[in-house]
Every structure is written in C-alpha cells, then in structure tokens.
Ligand binder design. Structure first.
Ligand code: 5AD
Ligand code: SF4
Length: 435
C-alpha cells in the first residue's frame, strides 16, 4: 500500500476533514496521488446538502466499480455526511457492494484502524456514530493542503434545525472546541508560515454556548487578536440570529480580521424565514447589515439565498429580490430548495419545478448585475493581496474583503502579501498588476 487518493465533495468543513483523513494516511506512510486510477486507497468524503450533490457522488462511486474489479486489493472508503443519513450506509453497501469501508462524519478518525481490521479479517466495515454529541477527536494528525490558508475548527455540529437542512441530522449537536487548543493550533499554523486562518463552524457566533467557562465567540476573537504576526483571519459561517454588533465592532478594530462577512440570509420574506425556523426577521437582518456598513464601509458581504422553499409565493420571492437590491451583496451563493429526507420542509407542499427555475434565473441575473457594479468600484484602486495560487504565470489571491484578483506572478510568491492595482474586470473576476 503506497498511494492514496481523496476526493472531497461539499463545504470547507469537508475540505478540512479530508486534511485529517490525509493526515491519518500520511502518518501510515502513504503518499497522495492526483487521480483514482493509481491509488491503493480511495476515499470519497461526501456531502448531502442537496440532491444534486448526492446524485453526483453516486455517479462517481459507480465509476469505481471497474477499477475495483481490475484491482481487487484496492481499498474503497466512503465517508462523511452522505453516509450518516438514516439507513443510508446500508443502502450504499447494497447498491455498491464493492465499497470496503463506510465511515460516518464522527468516525473519520477511525480510518487507520478500520483499514487494519479490513486487511486482517477481510470483511466489509460500516462504522457510524449516531450519538447526538459524539466526542471531539483531538488527536488526529492534519495534513494541510490549502497553504497559505489553514482551516481550523472551532466547533462541530449544529443546534438550529432550519427546517430545510440535513446538517443537524448528519453532524449532531453543537460541540465547541477548547479555546486553548484552538489558540495553540492557530499559533502553530502561524509559526509554520500560514498567512490565513479560517475558523470553521456551522454557526460560529454560538461558539462556547456548550462550554462551562463562559467562553463565547467574542472572547475567542479577542484572544486571537492577541496572537503576534501578520496573518489574516476569516471565519464561516455566521448566523444572523447570533451575530452581534459587538462582534462586528471587534472585527472592524483589528487589522488581522478580514473585513469580509459571509451572512446567509436564505430569504427576504418574513413568512418564509419563519417557516424555515431561521429565528430572525428581514428587519433584523438589514439592521445587522447596517452595523457592518457602519463599522467597516469597505467590507465584502456575501450570502446564501434559497428559492423555491415550500409555500414561497410570488410576493415572498419579490421580498427576496428587494432585499438583494437593498443589501447589494458582493456575491451570493444561490440555491434551488432541494427536499431532504427526514427534514420538516420535505413534508410540506412543494413548489413546481418551473417556478423554482424561473425564480433562480431572475435572482442570479439580479445578483450578477450587482456584483458587476461592485466590481467597478475596485477599478484603478490598489489592494493588498495574499497570493493563494499560481498557474501558467498568473497568480490568484484575495483582497481583505474577499474578492479574487488575478495578476502576473511566480509560483514562489504563493503565501506572500503584495500590492496589486486593479486594471480590469471581466465577469466576476478582477485582474491587475503588482505595484
Ligand atoms: N436545499 C437547497 N439549499 C440548501 N442549503 C441548505 N440546505 C438546503 C436544501 N435542502 C443551502 C443554504 C445553506 C447553504 C450551505 O446551502 O443556503 O446556507
Ligand atoms: Fe443547516 Fe441552519 Fe444549521 Fe446552517 S444553521 S447548518 S442552515 S440547520
């Protein structure tokens, strides 16, 4: 066994969890390869947030059948959110009998021991921990793959049960990590040369509410602000019901905190927000946007929006369009509602597909035109960019506000801060030159 291949589907949480799966395999002497065909161990780290994700993953698993037939020693592991849904692991095993190991979201740390068990006994393995609050496994080595960014979990799970969302069912209740562990992980990453720290949690603003110490997100950010060094801090995801003016102000006051807030709104209609169990109103949301603009006028604000939630009327959708025009998001991730088995909204009366389609088309067109207009504000100005990537002599990196900028540069520059003057905007991309 020499080589492994990990394919990650879904969110940044999964990207980071794949770094832990990689850490386990690396610690056993395996090396990553860039395609499944050469690997001895293949891991799919899966997502189930929408039906489109699941369909794609099922297609990709199906394609492994021929590979496994030609190389029976190949070990195929399916892990993550998709496997954690009720009855899903057994169903996957039945449909794809060539899968060797299925690991739930809270069983990924077992990857090494389960490979050993498979090799020893030759029997297929399913390991799914369904506890509401599974223990946090702190001892897993991390093999980081996103330099100069280091992903760092501050919490796991979600308590919110938005009625459309599968996440609380597949990731359990909120569990906050010990603040000292978080701070020491950030310090190590900064000492190793990482220039961007992204704090991860399903709802970072409620960090600490399950700890006895009186810890909260504000206090955690204060501790992070005390760490020496030039590095950026981002975090995701904030929830409008929990984000406070205090936190917004703190972010505005410290240079290491990026002026970039991702604040999913989901809908601009109070009636829909209520049915979604979001626990805030459009008025409260707009008030928070007001605080962000007041304390950091240059901030990049991004969001997630869903159309076609059960019962969404033309008037509800018009409220969403109106909110989008009022807020003027830098960027929005837009989704068509997808019923998820076992969630309350899946049992509500659904909206016809053609209405969903027409709404998403109109929403995307509106947001694109706003994003284009915001891009114009960047033209001719100079921004500090952290270089994240290089391909064919073109570097890519982000402004503090989160906008991606491309410009000529070298691979050796990855991880450096440079000043770039924006000279051109095309579609949603900005282009510039180092100054
Ligand atoms: N259908 C469509 N979009 C969804 N999201 C979450 N659940 C669903 C669903 N069932 C979207 C939300 C969330 C983002 C990560 O995915 O907008 O913020
Ligand atoms: Fe899902 Fe809502 Fe939790 Fe976000 S806050 S993970 S949308 S249940």
């Amino acid at each position: 066994m020499n080589y492994y291949y990990i394919e990650t589907f879904g969110c940044q949480m999964n990207v980071h969890e794949s770094e832990k799966l990689a850490g386990i395999l690396e610690s056993r002497g395996l090396t990553a390869v860039s395609g499944a065909s050469r690997a001895d161990v293949i891991v799919f780290n899966t997502c189930c947030i929408r039906d489109t994700a699941e369909k794609k993953i099922e297609g990709n698993i199906g394609e492994l059948k021929a590979l496994k037939r030609s190389r029976p020693d190949l070990i195929i592991v399916i892990s993550g959110c998709m496997t954690q849904q009720a009855g899903r692991a057994e169903a996957l095993k039945k449909r794809f009998p060539f899968i060797d190991i299925i690991l739930g979201t809270n069983n990924q740390y077992e990857l090494g021991e389960k490979i050993d068990a498979l090799l020893k006994a030759g029997k297929k393995i399913i390991s799914i921990d369904n506890a509401d609050k599974p223990a946090i496994s702190e001892e897993v080595p991390v093999f980081r793959t996103s330099f100069p960014n280091a992903w760092i979990n501050i919490m796991y799970g979600c308590n919110n049960f938005c009625t459309y969302c599968i996440v609380p069912y597949v990731r359990g209740r909120e569990r906050s990590r010990d603040p000292e562990r978080i701070i020491s992980e950030i310090r190590s990453a900064v000492n190793e040369g990482y220039k961007e720290i992204t704090l991860l949690g399903q709802n970072v603003d409620s960090y600490g509410s399950d700890l006895d110490s009186g810890m909260n997100f504000y206090k955690l950010l204060q501790k992070i602000a005390e760490i020496d060094g030039k590095f950026r801090v981002r975090f995701m995801t904030s929830h409008p019901k929990d984000l406070s003016e205090e936190v917004i102000k703190l972010i505005s006051e410290h240079p290491n905190f990026c002026k970039n807030i991702h604040l999913p709104v989901q809908s601009g209609s109070n009636a829909v927000l209520k049915k979604m169990n979001r626990k805030y109103s459009r008025e409260r949301y707009l008030e928070l946007i007001g605080y962000i603009r007041k304390y950091m006028p240059e901030a990049g604000i991004t969001t997630d929006i869903m159309v076609g939630f059960p019962g969404e009327t033309d008037a509800d959708f018009a409220d969403t369009m109106d909110l989008v025009e009022k807020v003027r998001f830098q960027n929005a991730f837009t989704f068509v509602y997808s019923p998820r088995n076992g969630t309350p909204a899946a049992a509500m009366e659904q909206i016809p597909a053609d209405i969903k389609k027409s709404r998403i088309t109109r929403l995307v067109a509106l947001q694109n035109s706003i994003s284009d207009e915001i891009s114009l504000d960047y033209l001719g100005k100079t921004y500090e960019i952290l270089i994240e990537d290089e391909e064919g002599g073109i570097c890519a990196g982000r402004t503090d506000s989160g906008r991606l900028v491309r410009f000529p540069g070298d691979k050796e520059d990855i991880g450096k801060f440079v000043n770039v003057k924006i000279t051109k905007n095309k579609a949603s991309s900005l282009y510039g030159e180092k100054v």
